[in-house]
Design a protein around this ligand. Structure first.
Ligand code: PRP
Ligand code: ZN
Length: 304
C-alpha cells in the first residue's frame, strides 16, 4: 500500500502483531490484559476491537516496521532486532527514521550473536577478519563489524542461516539465539553478542494529530500498569506486633504495607504489595521470623 492510500486522519488505532511465531500469542495476551478484546475476521488477519477502537493486524514480523513507516498501521509489537535492522537499513539508504521503540515489553527475550562451528578455537572478535559471516541481519552486522574495526564479508541470507557453515557458504553466522537449541543442533557455539533483544512496542516518532493520540496514551498507561505489576503479589499474614520490624526487614520490596491490629490482642494482620518473586524460600523465612497464616495472592490490576 502506498502512503497516499492511507487516510491522514483515522478514528481507530491499528496495531500490527506477528501472525504466527514466538511473539504473536504473548503480544495478544499482553494487549488483552490491558482490557482489549476483539472480534476476528474470517481470514483471521484482522481483529476488530470491541472494547476500545483498537484493532489488530496479523502479519509477518519482518513487515511490521514498514507497515508503521507507511502509515498502514499505527503501532506494532515486534522484536527489537527486526526494528533496529530495518531502521539501520533505512539509514543506510538515506531514508529518514519515522518510527522508534516506545516500550520494552519484557517477553521474547533473545540475543543477536555471532556463532562459529564448535571446533573453532575462538579467541576474540578479531578472529572474524577476512571471514564470511552469514546473516539475516546485514545492517546490524555491518554496523557492529565497522565499530569493531573488523573487515569481514557479510553474506545475506533470508533464512536457515544456521546451516550456511555446513553448506560451505560461510565460516560463521550472526543470528538470534534464544534457548540455544538451534545452535547446538547445528554444532555451532555463540561467541560475541551484538544486541540484547526482546519484544517491543514500536510507534511513530511524530505524534498522532487526531483521536489516535488519546487512544495511544490510554494504551500506554494501561501497558505501564500491567508491566509494572510483573511478578507482583499481594502478601498477607498475621504476626505478633513485636515481630513486625524484623518481618519488614525481610520484605525490602514491600510497598504500601497495611498493618491492622487484631481486636483485643497483640496480634496484627499485615498486607503488602511485593514487587519481587515470592518464592517458597522467602515464605519459609517469614514463617521462621514469626509470620503466620501466610497468603500470597496474584495482583491483576492496580490503579495508583
Ligand atoms: C530465531 C533464529 C533461530 C532460532 C533460535 O528465529 O533465527 O532459528 O530463533 O532460537 P533457539 O536458540 O531457541 O533455538 P525466530 O524464531 O526469531 O524466527 P524468524 O527469525 O524466522 O522470524
Ligand atoms: Zn521473521
Amino acid at each position: 500500500m502506498s502512503p497516499s492510500a492511507v487516510p491522514a486522519v483515522r478514528d481507530r488505532l491499528r496495531i500490527a502483531i506477528q501472525k504466527s511465531g514466538r511473539l504473536g500469542e504473548p503480544a495478544r495476551a499482553l494487549l488483552a490484559s490491558c482490557g482489549l478484546a476483539w472480534r476476528e475476521s474470517r481470514d483471521r488477519l484482522f481483529c476488530y476491537g470491541e472494547t476500545l477502537p483498537i484493532d489488530l493486524l496479523l502479519v509477518r514480523d519482518d513487515d511490521i516496521p514498514g507497515l508503521i513507516a507507511d502509515g498502514t498501521c499505527d503501532l506494532g509489537i515486534v522484536g527489537r532486532n527486526v526494528l533496529l535492522e530495518q531502521a539501520g537499513e533505512r539509514a543506510r539508504t538515506g531514508a529518514a527514521a519515522t518510527y522508534r521503540e516506545w516500550r520494552a515489553l519484557g517477553f521474547g527475550g533473545c540475543r543477536l550473536a555471532i556463532a562459529v562451528p564448535d571446533e573453532w578455537r575462538w579467541d576474540a572478535a578479531g578472529d572474524l577478519a577476512g571471514k564470511r559471516i552469514a546473516t539475516s541481519y546485514p545492517a546490524l552486522l555491518s554496523q557492529w563489524l565497522a565499530a569493531q574495526g573488523i573487515d569481514a564479508e557479510v553474506v545475506t541470507l533470508s533464512g536457515s542461516v544456521e546451516i550456511a557453515p555446513r553448506l560451505g557458504k560461510a565460516d560463521a553466522i550472526c543470528d538470534l539465539v534464544s534457548s540455544g537449541a538451534t545452535l547446538a543442533a547445528n554444532h555451532l557455539k555463540a561467541t560475541e553478542t551484538l544486541l540484547q533483544s526482546e519484544a517491543v512496542l514500536a510507534g511513530p516518532i511524530a505524534p498522532f494529530g487526531d483521536v489516535r493520540a488519546e487512544l495511544a496514551a490510554l494504551l500506554l498507561r494501561r501497558l505501564d500498569a500491567v508491566l509494572g505489576l510483573k511478578d507482583s503479589k499481594l502478601l498477607m499474614f498475621q504476626a505478633d506486633s513485636i515481630d513486625v520490624p524484623a518481618l519488614m526487614q525481610l520484605l525490602p520490596d514491600a510497598e504500601r504495607p497495611t498493618v491492622l491490629r487484631v481486636d483485643g490482642s497483640d496480634r496484627v494482620a499485615l498486607q503488602a504489595l511485593c514487587r519481587g518473586a515470592m518464592t517458597w524460600q522467602r515464605l519459609e523465612d517469614l514463617k521462621r521470623a514469626g509470620a503466620d497464616a501466610l497468603l500470597v495472592l496474584p495482583v491483576e490490576r492496580m490503579l495508583a
